[in-house]
Write a protein that binds this ligand. Structure first.
Ligand SMILES: *Cc1c(COP(=O)(O)O)cnc(C)c1O
Length: 380
């Protein structure tokens, strides 16, 4: 790769920026207006109209029946897993190539992650690898999936749509169903991404989205759970709001709940961001296509949306020749105020998960050494 040309190309994409960040938020809409309204009304905290408004609008956007706003994406995942009946001692299949939040949420419950490989094309959980792992290591007994090695129940599967690119989620859903495993999508990165014209996060029992500062739209910090199941939606609301029985003055709680609600202040910011989502997505597609043209000429492998999908191109990525070229590229770009970063260290290589059971992880290992994210923010 010609590093110098690449850096000048990226600088031209963001002519206003001295430092080009990986993904910066853009606030060009009604953000200040709605925030001011919140402050003037004093409804800045756990109740207020923007939380309800946001839940209505996001459910509508993704095409799910219900949405419950949460304080961040990690808590949305935590509650989704609890509602998928994951309990202490259970196992949950996920991909090793993901952000730590996926595995943290599994661990909060006292469940253990089991790592299955990703596809090279999508960088998300591979249905083939999933099926061969289950065939080799698991049996079906009394409507449950039992891991023969550990004797534990594999209760749920959490695929992740890496950098916003949809994984082969319909095939994964079919396998999970055949094996009595609940499907919970980590859709934190994939707001605005569709697989076979259906929004990611609507293929399983529940899904979690994130609105952290670096995501496609942001509430500062925030997340949400989506589901089509009314009972689960009600439970999600109850559990994330301290499990308080509604009453005008009494404080009675019927279980150990969580204070995971999204403050109205954050929801106000988010409603304003959601109004701009279509514009953001259009700009991100245009940016990705500029990158694609440029890297094609350079004969560099630029990651494009997988077949049958429409990606939000949350984070653009290139796949370099080897770890040596990757490290030289990271050094060159970051020392010239153009932020780039390698993909996450694989989860099974972190101290906390080093003893986790793994399938063969050749694709994840190959990608770990080569994938680098490049600046992807909306050009304000
Ligand atoms: C961002 C993200 C989350 C959630 O993160 P929060 O910071 O808690 O909102 C979860 N999973 C993945 C893969 C993510 O990228």
């Amino acid at each position: 790769m010609n590093f110098e040309e690449t850096v000048s190309f990226i600088r031209e994409l963001y002519p206003q920026k001295e430092f080009v960040a990986l993904h910066e938020p853009v606030f060009n809409g009604n953000e200040k207006k709605y925030l001011e309204e919140c402050i003037d009304s004093t409804f800045v905290s756990s109740v207020g109209k923007y939380v309800d408004l946001f839940e209505e609008k996001i459910a509508d956007f993704v095409g799910s029946r219900y949405a419950v706003a949460t304080v961040n994406g990690t808590s949305a995942l935590h509650i989704s897993l609890l509602l998928a009946n994951v309990a202490n001692g259970d196992e949950v299949i996920t991909q090793p190539l993901t952000f730590i939040a996926t595995c943290n949420a599994i661990s909060y419950i006292g469940a253990k992650p089991v790592f299955v490989d990703v596809d090279l094309e999508t960088m998300g959980l591979s249905p083939k690898a999933l099926e061969s792992f289950l065939d080799a290591h698991c049996i079906r007994e009394d409507g449950q999936c039992i891991n023969k090695e550990t004797g534990k129940v594999i209760r749920a599967c959490v695929p992740m749509h890496t950098f916003g690119h949809p994984c082969k989620i319909d095939e994964i859903a079919e396998i999970c169903e055949a094996w009595h495993i609940a499907l919970v999508e980590d859709a934190a990165e994939s707001l605005g991404s569709y697989y076979k014209n259906r929004h990611t996060g609507t293929f399983g029992k529940l899904a979690a989205f994130s609105f952290n500062g670096n995501k496609v739209i942001t509430s500062g910090g925030g997340g949400c759970i989506v589901t089509d199941d009314e009972v689960l939606a009600k439970k999600a609301k109850h559990l994330t709001t301290t499990a308080k029985i509604p009453h005008r003055w009494e404080y009675v709680h019927d279980m150990i709940g969580y204070n995971y609600r999204m403050p109205n202040l954050n929801a106000a910011l988010l409603v304003a961001q959601l109004e701009q989502l279509e514009n953001f997505l259009a700009d991100k597609r245009e940016l990705a296509s500029l990158y694609q043209n440029f890297f094609e000429k350079q004969k560099i492998n630029f990651v494009t949306e997988p077949k049958l999908s429409n990606s939000n191109y949350w984070l653009n990525a290139v796949i370099l020749k080897d770890i040596g070229e990757r490290d030289r590229f990271l050094e060159y770009t970051n020392s010239r105020n153009v932020m780039t970063r390698p993909v996450w260290r694989l989860m099974n290589r972190l101290e906390m998960f080093k003893d986790a059971q793994c399938g063969t992880l050749e694709n994840a290992l190959w990608l770990e050494e080569r994938v680098v994210n490049i600046p992807s923010g909306v050009r304000g």
